[in-house]
Design a protein around this ligand. Structure first.
Ligand SMILES: Cc1ncc(COP(=O)(O)O)c(C=O)c1O
Length: 257
């Protein structure tokens, strides 16, 4: 059976798989291509170079086989929210040695060691205590852990993230930790309908990063982790360098996930 997929890019034959798998693989190759095109278009519309932002595929709740498929299609950065789920998938995908794992979910004290040992990035750092544990637990041979500070940019009382007023103090503390490399800021704004309303919190995050860059000129602050399926364009207009797409790449998640 032949399928109109790009066989040359995939180092195994689809013929050995059943039809549902093949259909899923085709859908993923199309949705990933569409997500790349969407990011490229957004960058162009914003007058930014095509290499200015990259795609982080949010693979929480998706099976390891789907991640492997995306990897075969050239995707390298993957974001996970749940530590145990991520560790299980990482074990299954241990042969993909250039895959880059990003932890993007809430992080509790009892999970910091696993994250320090098994991820290249943490986007959801919002407390000094957690930073200190990651710093102490990062294995030396792995080099510094890249971190973004998550900011509660829409001022939502029960949400994760450091408040803007407390950001400089937390950034200063993290910068003093040798096993962490402070790369920038991350936010998940409250949902908004219009492009203008979506842009506003992203603009605040961009300004907060600029203020930190001014205050800490020697820090490697080059990352704005912002923009998801619903608001990628607004985030790119405001300077996103890493957009975190789940639904646009892998399809709808089951309700409540
Ligand atoms: C922190 C974070 N970023 C990005 C995403 C991706 O969201 P979407 O599926 O809307 O692209 C999720 C999904 O849950 C998430 O938790």
């Amino acid at each position: 059976m032949r399928f109109p997929c790009s066989r040359d890019k995939v180092p195994f034959s689809y013929d050995q798989y059943d039809r549902p798998f093949v259909m899923k693989a085709l859908v993923l190759s199309e949705s990933l291509a569409a997500a790349r095109a969407r990011l490229a278009e957004a960058l162009q519309a914003a007058g930014r170079p095509a290499t200015d932002a990259r795609l982080l595929a949010v693979s929480k709740t998706r099976p390891a086989a789907m991640i492997r498929e995306a990897w075969h299609l050239g995707q390298r950065d993957f974001g996970e929210n749940y530590v145990q789920e991520a560790l299980d998938k990482q074990a299954e995908l241990a042969d993909l040695d250039d895959i880059v794992w990003h932890f993007i979910g809430p992080l509790q004290s009892n999970k910091t060691r696993a994250v320090a040992e098994h991820f290249a990035w943490v986007h959801s750092l919002d407390r000094e205590k957690i930073a200190r544990r990651l710093n102490d637990q990062r294995p030396e041979g792995l080099g510094p852990l890249n971190v973004c500070l998550q900011v509660n940019i829409s001022d939502e009382p029960s949400k994760s993230g450091v408040m803007l007023a407390e950001l400089p103090a937390l950034a200063g503390a993290v910068l003093a930790m040798p096993a962490l490399r402070l790369r920038g800021l991350m936010a998940i704004p409250a949902p908004a309908e219009s492009r203008e309303a979506q842009r506003e919190p992203f603009a605040r995050l961009r300004e907060a990063l600029a203020a930190l860059q001014e205050r800490f000129p020697d820090a490697p602050l080059d990352t704005l982790s912002m923009g998801m399926t619903a608001d990628l364009e607004a985030a790119v207009e405001e300077g996103a360098t890493l957009v975190r797409l789940g639904t646009a790449i892998f399809g709808e998640r089951a309700a409540s996930q």
